[in-house]
Structures are given as C-alpha cells and as structure tokens.
Ligand binder design. Structure first.
Ligand code: UGA
Length: 429
C-alpha cells in the first residue's frame, strides 16, 4: 500500500511537472493532470520533454513506485485529492495583465469532484487577489484556498524545488496553510505563513525586484564603459557589501524568459488597474528594451556602421544557459532588431533548437562564425569558454567578438588576434 498525502497537480509544465515529481520524491502520492493527451501519454511512459537535470529520474521512480500518475483533465485528478496544486500557465494578455483563462477553466472542472476539506493551492504566478477569486469561483465553503508561489529557476528546477530559500504560504485558513506547510516538512527551509494577498505579492515583488536590479546593473555597465570604469570590478566591489550581495549582478543583453517580462508587465498593469503607478518598474522595463538596442548599436559599430548586407554570427539563442527555452529570449529580440536593419543572421545554440524565424541555425559555433562580419555571444553557455578561438579567427571575416554576457576570457580572444568587446568596459583598441 502506497502511503503519503494524496495530491493533485493541475498542469504538467515546468512548475507543475517539477511540483509533481518533487512532491512524489518527498513521499506523497501525486496525480498530475494536463489538458494535452499526447503529453500525458508520453509522461505516463516516463518520457520527459523538458530539459531539467534530475527530472527524468524522479518521474521514472515515481511511476515505478506507483506514486505518480498522469491523467487528462483537472476533473480526473480531483477525486480523493487532499491538496490540489494549480500550476497552469498565466500568460501575458495584450494589455499586460496575466490571463487567467486556464486557471478559471481548471477551477470550473474541479468544483464538483473536489472532496470536502480539501485545499486548493495556487502555485502559478497570479495577480494579487486571485486566491480570493478562486474561492468565489469554487463556491465550496468546505474547500480552503491557499497561495504558495514557486520560486524555482529553469535549468535547476528540481534542485531549487528541493532546496528552497523559503516556502511562502498564504491562506485565510491557518489550518489549511499548516496542512500545505506539512507537505514540505522534509525540506530545510524557513516557512512564511501569511495572508493570500501578501503571498501573491511576494512572488511579483521578488521577480520585479530582480529584474529591476538587472536593469540597474546594465545601466551602470553602460556608464562604466563611457567613463572608463570596469563593471566587472564595480559589481564585485558592490557585492562585498552584505546588504547587496554578489548574485544577480551580471550585466547582459537584457532579462528575458517566460517569467520576468510577463510578471513585470502584470504588476505594472495591476498598479494601473487600481489607479496607481510604478514608475521604477516602468523604467526597468524601458531600460531592458534600451539594453537590447545598445547591444545592437555595438554590433552595428563593429561592422562599420551599417548592418544591411552583413552577416552576423550569434552564439546562444536561449534566454539563459542551461535551458532550451527560447520564450522571450533577449537573444531573439536582438536578432529581430538586427534583421530589421538588413543583417543576415547565422546562429548556434548548444540546446540545438529546430528552426528559428529569421535565423539560419547551424550546428556549431564555428559554423556560426564562418564568414561573419561580427560574432556576438548572447547566452552564457559554459562551452563557449572552451572554443578554439584561433580556429574562429581563421573563419570569421571581421575581427570583432561582442560578448554581451561578459562571459569569455578576453585574453584568450585577444591572443587569437580578435577584438573582444564586452559590456561595461572601455572598447578595445
Ligand atoms: C525566474 C526567477 O529567478 C525564479 O525565482 C522564478 O521562480 C521564475 O523566474 C518564475 O517566476 O517562474 P528564470 O525565469 O528561470 O527564473 O530565470 P533567471 O535565472 O532568474 O534569469 C532571468 C533573466 O535574467 C535571464 O534572461 C538571465 O539571463 C538574466 N540574468 C540573470 C542576467 O542577465 N544577469 C544575472 O546576473 C542573472
């Protein structure tokens, strides 16, 4: 007989699948529902499509032990569930607000089959007030609602879930909050019990703070470059201050991915809806778009002032290293700006994406460099540090390597006879 709390997870995307697999590994019994029958069939065979270290193993063990099952539709997962996690997408709508259609559809499906005394927990990033709205939509006074935002990063999802910095649970029902907290008992992390609105706001505040911090660093990098300072030393010097810390201070081509841009716009929109504003966050978003234009400006300068008719090689297309996710990738936004000016784009990414609109995707960094007027590093994949720069120098037609992640060893690139241009440092002569 398999023991553990009976859990339903609605949604088998990044957050849902990680939640399902990790809760299984903590000793619970999980039924994970998705609307996509093909995905459910694949997962039931142990085929994991997302690239996350440790995920396939956890899913395999969960299936083998009979602790993990996949079903089609939220309604199928609800019977018998003591706790239900909502992990459905909340994409950005045209006005910037998070779209809650998937969440509302899941709640409608759960309404009748949910057992009495169960707890419905929002794990998706949802606007402040959504837990209260879920309660209304459910219309089940015998079912509690809680918010329990997830802070995992893509590329280290399993590790982050099992080693969280904190666990945040917001509910008007303290008993329900404690039942959710008990699911994580085996994890060594501080637990913050709060009200649902605060819990929902913590997630937005954390993501928007980090995004703002990066826009700040990117702006400092630009000033460093113009004023003869070195941003790598500047951020190191800032980071020694314990109030600041060293993490999340690396300048780059702008922040992206499926979370930061969406969440920044959603919080800004939420502020507007209540007749308020968030000028600092607006500035962070604008600075991010400006950062992409700044990188394009560097590339334009490197090819002699005119991009039309030049070939630009792109190293890295995903929104960060260690993932195959191209959603809202700054690399693709920059590629689009380059293409709009008439550049021909050849790109390589170690995650080997299929076709990418506007870019000829090749299967090695060397092929991306061949005949390029400039080579641009846009994603900090470790393997780019191991490249044979002599070989690249022999293939590239220009001399500039634009390192938009400050990722390469400048000496190695220089040694190959190339000009290494990174962010936040005076231009190479
Ligand atoms: C982010 C948050 O870090 C997670 O805590 C959160 O759970 C997640 O969003 C979410 O809301 O689901 P993720 O989107 O995986 O996680 O990406 P990050 O690793 O945070 O990177 C975000 C962007 O910032 C990337 O484009 C990355 O390249 C950029 N970045 C990060 C920098 O440019 N410099 C840095 O120093 C760090």
């Amino acid at each position: 007989m398999v023991s553990g709390v009976k859990i339903a997870v609605i949604g088998a995307g990044y957050v849902g699948l990680t939640t399902a697999a990790c809760l299984t590994s903590l000793g619970h019994r999980v039924v994970c529902a998705d609307i996509d029958p093909a995905k459910v069939r694949a997962l039931s065979r142990g085929e994991v499509t997302i690239r996350e270290p440790g995920m396939a193993e956890l899913v395999g063990v969960g299936l083998a032990e009979g602790r993990l099952r996949f079903v089609v539709g939220a309604g199928k997962a609800a019977p018998g569930a003591e706790v239900v996690f909502l992990c459905v997408p909340t994409p950005m709508g045209p006005d910037g607000a998070a779209k809650l259609a998937a969440l509302e559809a899941a709640v409608a499906e759960l309404r009748d089959p949910l057992p009495p005394d169960s707890v419905v927990v929002n794990k998706s990033t949802v606007p402040v007030g959504t837990a209260a709205r879920v309660g209304e939509l459910l219309g089940r006074p015998d079912v509690a609602v809680a918010s329990n935002p997830e802070f995992l990063r893509e590329g280290s999802a399993v590790h982050d879930f099992l080693n969280p910095d904190r666990i945040v649970i917001g509910s008007a029902d303290l008993d329900a909050a404690k039942r959710v907290a008990a699911l994580y008992e085996a994890l060594n992390a501080p637990v913050l019990l709060t009200d649902p609105a605060s819990s929902e706001m913590i997630k937005y505040a954390a993501n928007c703070y980090l995004a703002t911090r990066l826009s700040f660093v990117n702006s400092i990098a630009e000033l460093c470059e113009r004023m003869g300072a070195d941003v790598n030393d500047v951020t190191r010097g800032m980071g020694y201050d314990q109030r600041i810390g060293t993490a999340f201070l690396r300048p780059g081509p702008g922040w992206g991915g499926s979370c930061f841009p969406k969440d920044a716009h959603a919080l800004l929109r939420s502020a507007a809806v209540i007749g308020s504003d968030f000028p600092l966050l607006r500035a962070a978003i604008d600075t991010n778009a400006r950062q992409q234009r700044l990188v394009v400006g560097k590339i334009r300068q490197a090819v002699g002032g005119r991009l039309a008719g030049t070939r630009v090689g792109l190293l890295g297309l995903t929104f960060k290293a260690g993932t195959d996710d191209l959603r809202d990738s700054p690399a693709l936004a920059i590629a689009e700006l380059l293409a709009a000016e008439g550049a021909e784009l050849v790109g390589y990414d170690p995650s080997m994406p299929g076709a990418v609109a506007g870019i000829r995707v090749v299967d090695s960094a060397y092929a991306a460099a061949a005949g390029a007027s400039a080579l641009v590093l846009l994603t900090e994949w470790p393997e780019f540090r191991e490249l044979d720069w002599e070989r690249i120098a022999g293939q590239i037609s220009g001399r500039y390597v634009i390192d938009a992640r400050n990722h390469l060893d400048p000496l190695v690139v220089h040694h190959a006879g190339l000009l290494h241009q990174c962010l936040g440092q005076p231009a190479p002569q």
